[in-house]
Design a protein around this ligand. Structure first.
Ligand SMILES: Cc1ncc(COP(=O)(O)O)c(C=O)c1O
Ligand SMILES: [Zn+2]
Length: 705
């Protein structure tokens, strides 16, 4: 059981009842709340009560705000090894250097502790969606735990976070939003997004589960160190002389400090450790303020390669940590990135510890403190050693695993920052709109997809049948569904019925596109379930797409000449790497040119190429393979390129396929005028340059308009 007794406001001292989900002081509205326990009662039970407990952070449940782990969510977090680094010690002529090996956590960082408690508290409060801003590791940890809890995570990361980490979070099913801005801006956008959408925002170090979870690092260190150094006869534990950690927002050391304070209050240890707060020199607001003797930290714009430590504005965390450092003789130090990378290599080669740069910052700090004599030879040191992350290969996730939010894009000098943010969030709203197209005919799906992608930055999912669709709908909860009726295995009627009978999916609007003649009986059923019904062949797909765009509350875009060569410079390829190959048909009668075009495409290993050497064969190939791009020669036997283009116009499903025209000569004005409405790009064969060619191909294949 827990001895959680009350919550105290750190800013005004007001006391409140013990509620893990309290958000702000009921007296002064401060968000800095602190959980307090019945320490006298706990010290009567500890350490004896712990003897036969699990080796996880839950062994300290009396001092946690949740009395027991949620068995469906817990992954046995905590109780990582405390490992002595002998070789490293000898190198620095020191004894008693220990790594608290947080790489052993479920996602390889100490943030697993925080994620475990926070996610369990969320689930207990009935929260089903959560917004979190992170520099990477908390993101991975929350993503994993949210996956177990069935909580949808909106994870806001800065664009500097490595794609491996983004993919890791996406693999766990988080909705990853990549923000081109600083971490502090990212936090701001995340908070604003959460507010507008009414989604729970994780408040990190301010929230009760955050700091409380990090306390367990202190408990474990004291208990484990007592085991290593030999507990004294009273059974007391042992605080190290130093606790060192790389610091960004500061939740780690804040929690650890509190943990040691509680142990001291209970008489479990006889001293507090000195805190070593280490920051990357390119983002060291705490160190700057500390060295200048300031009570508050001035925000900085991060200029460091160590993106995990990129909190430029630490706010109140600094005030608390400064107090902790000053009260007990600790220190704050900044380390240049170059020194960090040297320390990283040394730690791996001498101690067998492969760590990520953020942890190497702490070790570089340790090295400096050892060589400068800040740490005395007899003093014991524990360093928080957090992880490295596995990489999820890109082809597992496809091409839409990240939402890209460019803050700077719309913030022109005339616009205030707030307007820029507003525009960015509105854009995000579009980006997070998802549409599922259900159709067993891939060509029909692709046509709708292509039209939708031209209009908006929607995220489009496709399903080839009812069963697959149902699974995707339950998984991704799309905002809109466009569904065919006649499909193998599970038809549209059954699918609709299942959707409408499930309260979680009943409200998703569905339009039905059907090739089948609809009987009055059918119509009656459908009327109840659908938003509108469209009969294949009876309308232009553009109308359908306009309708969907409107139904989603957006404005259909007037079609532009975006595919024309004149505009190519302004477009960039936004399609991330994917191993799903894009079908391309090349229609070219000159074998040499054909080979060249093929070779240029093949240099990228992402196209499935079909060839045709006449206009007629080309059309046949297009009908057969429904390519995403056609490369078309103009001078062809039987039926020339112009005629091919005209023929494509007659088929709605082929009309939208982008065409790259290869021309042997300069086009006449008349020819140019002819090509104009087709929105083709033209490249002169004589000037065929690999880079330019691929650039044009990328632009034509561009997934959004
Ligand atoms: C490995 C590592 N070290 C240090 C930090 C900084 O932690 P804090 O948020 O406690 O300042 C992080 C934060 O993500 C981290 O992942
Ligand atoms: Zn208060």
């Amino acid at each position: 059981m827990t001895f959680f007794q009350q919550v105290v406001c750190l800013e005004c001292g007001h006391t409140m009842s013990a509620d893990i989900n309290l958000k702000a002081c009921t007296h002064c509205n401060s968000q800095w709340l602190d959980a307090r326990y019945d320490y006298a009662a706990v010290s009567e039970q500890w350490p004896a009560a712990l003897l036969n407990r699990d080796r996880s952070l839950w062994r300290y449940r009396e001092l946690l705000p949740l009395s027991e782990p949620d068995p469906e969510i817990s992954m046995g977090e905590g109780f990582t090894s405390l490992t002595r680094l002998y070789t490293y010690e000898r190198m620095f002529e020191h004894e008693h250097i220990y790594a608290k090996d947080e790489r052993q956590g479920p996602t390889s960082s100490f943030k697993d502790r925080q994620a475990a408690l926070s996610v369990m508290a969320m689930r207990r409060a009935g929260i089903t969606e959560c917004v979190l801003a992170s520099t990477g590791n908390a993101g991975a940890a929350y993503a994993a735990y949210c996956a177990r809890a069935g909580i949808k995570l909106w994870l806001f990361l800065t664009s500097q976070v490595s794609s491996e980490k983004m993919r890791e979070a996406a693999l766990y099913g988080a909705e990853v939003v990549k923000v081109s801005g600083t971490y502090d801006e990212t936090k701001h956008v995340a908070a604003e997004f959460a507010k507008r959408k009414g989604i729970h925002l994780d408040r990190g170090a301010k929230a009760i589960p955050g700091k409380e979870s990090m306390k367990t690092l202190a408990f474990e260190i004291a208990e484990q160190l007592a085991g290593k150094l030999g507990a004294d006869s009273t059974g007391r534990w042992c605080a190290p002389d130093w606790y060192i950690q790389a610091v960004s927002g500061g939740i780690g050391p804040l929690g650890v400090w509190k943990g040691f304070q509680e142990l001291l209050e209970m008489g479990m240890i006889d001293k507090m450790p000195k805190l070593g707060v280490i920051q990357a020199a390119g983002c060291a607001p705490m160190v700057n303020a500390f060295q200048a003797g300031k009570a508050e930290a001035d925000p900085v714009t991060p200029k460091t390669l160590i993106t995990v430590l990129a909190t430029g504005d630490p706010g109140y965390s600094y005030v608390v940590l400064r107090e902790a450092v000053l009260s007990n003789g600790g220190t704050m130090l900044a380390i240049e990135d170059g020194k960090t990378f040297e320390a990283m290599r040394r730690l791996a080669s001498k101690a067998g510890f492969s760590v990520e740069p953020a942890t190497a910052v702490a070790f570089a700090g340790l090295e400096r403190m050892l060589t400068e004599g800040i740490i005395a030879p007899h003093e014991s040191v524990v360093v928080n050693c957090s992880g490295h992350t596995f990489t999820a290969e890109s082809h597992i996730l496809g091409d839409q695993y990240v939402l890209d939010l460019q803050l700077g894009e719309s913030a022109t000098p005339e616009h205030s920052h707030v307007e820029g943010l507003d525009a960015a969030i509105r854009k995000l709203d579009e980006q997070v709109t998802s549409i599922l197209i259900v159709d067993d005919n891939p060509a029909d799906r692709r046509l709708i997809r292509r039209l939708l992608q031209r209009y908006k930055r929607y995220r489009i999912y496709e399903a080839g049948g009812g069963i697959e669709a149902l699974r995707m709908i339950q998984d991704r909860k799309p905002d809109f569904i466009i569904s065919d009726l006649t499909m193998p295995e599970m038809d549209g009627f059954t699918l609709l019925e299942k959707l409408k009978n499930d309260p979680e999916t009943a409200d998703i609007p569905v339009v039905v596109v059907s090739a089948k003649t609809i009987t009055t009986q059918d119509a009656k059923v459908l009327e109840e379930y659908t938003e509108s019904i469209w009969t294949k062949g009876g309308f232009d797909t553009r109308q359908l797409v306009d309708h969907v765009v409107q139904a989603l509350g957006h404005t259909p875009r007037v079609d532009t000449t975006e595919m024309q060569p004149a505009n190519l410079n302004t477009l960039t390829d936004s399609r991330p790497e994917t191993k799903v190959k894009t079908p391309v048909v090349i229609i070219e009668d000159n074998p040499q040119d054909l080979r060249l075009a093929r070779r240029l495409l093949e240099s990228e290993d992402k196209y499935r190429i079909f060839e045709a050497s006449s206009g007629r064969a080309g059309l046949k190939a297009v009908h057969e393979h429904h390519p995403e791009l056609i490369i078309l020669d103009l001078m062809l036997p039987e039926m020339d390129g112009f005629a091919v283009l005209e023929a494509l116009q007659h088929d709605e499903r082929l009309r939208e396929i982008p065409v790259l025209v290869l021309s042997a000569k300069e086009l006449t004005l008349q020819e140019q005028n002819f090509l104009q409405p087709y929105g083709t790009a033209v490249i002169r064969k004589g000037a065929l340059d690999r880079k330019e060619f691929l650039y044009v191909v990328h632009n034509l294949l561009k997934v959004e308009g």
